[in-house]
Design a protein around this ligand. Structure first.
Ligand code: TXA
Ligand code: MG
Length: 325
């Protein structure tokens, strides 16, 4: 089993492990990351191996603050300063042209690099103790649901003896950062809790493609954020009739109280997007563990505050399994 640890001794052990080319899972305010030194090509390859991540899907480099960006990227301008003033540390990832000193492995050969300064104390402590950028994808096997607790990470990497997991408790936000390309016209490549409206208020313009358009981060192009059981999305108005058509037990993820008769099992996520996001990935994992054959999810409201949640639900639901009639 991987080792799960917390406290200042663990932090130093983790920083030493990163320096010697090892891999450390750590909490951020969004989800747990699987971290390695951005400048160590061997360690980066190990992260791709452990995740089973396609070699063409680049990583986010985590930095303590904007003063670290000059070694990693070019093109940091007044708009980036304004974004960092408003959103760093926090769940906004900014993409800029990659500095040639950064190994190509750190960005899967892309000539851009994704940068984020996380807000979580443990992530910040680790960055400070390591003293350099940490590249980290979400700490799940490729295509799986992102982990929001140390236990989730340990389940994903059971059997990986040399993985150290820093336990910082459950993640406050629960879904991944907003990704904003500032290499060219400002464009959101992955929606998150930093919304288009918030970015627009800071820099005056931003494009936000729809989920079905071609402009998105490379790693979000296929079925993603997916539990093991097939996922169906369903409007509240049709929910009860879909349930009654299902012979096999299903897990019903609903926003608010609803009549969910046996053998189906209800998991309530609430009608507030902040709380819903915080619980969503743990709920998908719980649904997988209930011995059900499918997961039926009530479509949340259409408002902008729910946009990132809709994005994740749609991607979890993209599957070859036909919807129930
Ligand atoms: O909240 C988060 O962003 C978490 C925590 C750990 O920081 N990280 C995370 O990493 O979600 P990952 O690897 O699971 O997702 C990063 C996404 C991928 O879809 C990847 O394709 C995209 O960012 N990405 C990274 N570098 C990029 C680049 N240079 N250009 C376009 N997309 C990029
Ligand atoms: Mg991920």
């Amino acid at each position: 089993m991987p080792v799960v640890a917390s406290g200042s001794d663990a932090m130093q052990q983790a920083a030493d492990l990163l320096t010697s080319g090892g891999v450390v899972a750590f909490p951020t305010e969004t989800v747990y990351g699987l971290g390695c030194s951005t400048l160590n090509e061997v360690a980066i390859n190990r992260v791709y191996d452990l995740k089973g991540r396609p070699a063409d899907n680049p990583l986010i480099a985590h930095v303590l603050d904007r003063s670290w960006v000059a070694d990693l990227a070019t093109g940091w301008d007044a708009n980036c300063d304004a974004l960092a003033d408003a959103c760093w540390p926090g769940p906004l990832t900014i993409i800029l042209p990659r500095d040639t000193r950064v190994p190509q492995q750190a960005t899967a050969g892309y000539d851009t690099i994704a940068l984020r300064s996380p807000r979580h104390d443990v992530a910040r402590g680790l960055l400070a103790a390591h003293g350099g950028p940490i590249s980290a994808p979400s700490a799940n096997r490729s295509g799986h649901v992102s982990p929001t607790t140390a236990v989730h990470v340990a389940q994903e990497f059971a059997g990986v003896e040399d993985l150290l997991i820093l336990d910082g408790g459950p993640c406050e936000e629960g879904i991944e950062s907003t990704i904003l390309s500032m290499a060219g016209e400002p464009t959101i490549l992955r929606p998150g809790s930093v919304t288009a409206g918030m970015i627009d208020a800071v820099i005056g313009r931003v494009a936000e493609p729809t989920i079905d358009s071609q402009t998105h981060a490379p790693g979000t192009s296929t079925r993603h954020y997916a539990p093991q059981r097939p996922v169906w999305l369903c409007d509240r108005a049709d929910f009860e009739s879909h349930l009654s058509n299902l012979d096999e037990p299903c897990a019903a993820l609903v926003c608010t109280e609803m009549d969910v008769p046996p053998p189906h099992k209800a998991i309530m996520l609430g009608d507030d997007p902040v709380g819903y996001a915080r619980r969503l990935y743990a709920a998908l994992r719980e649904a997988d563990s209930l011995g059900v054959s499918t997961i039926l999810i009530e479509s949340p409201p259409a408002a902008e505050a729910w946009r990132a949640i809709h994005d994740r639900l749609r991607r979890a639901a993209i599957s070859a399994v036909p919807r129930p009639q």
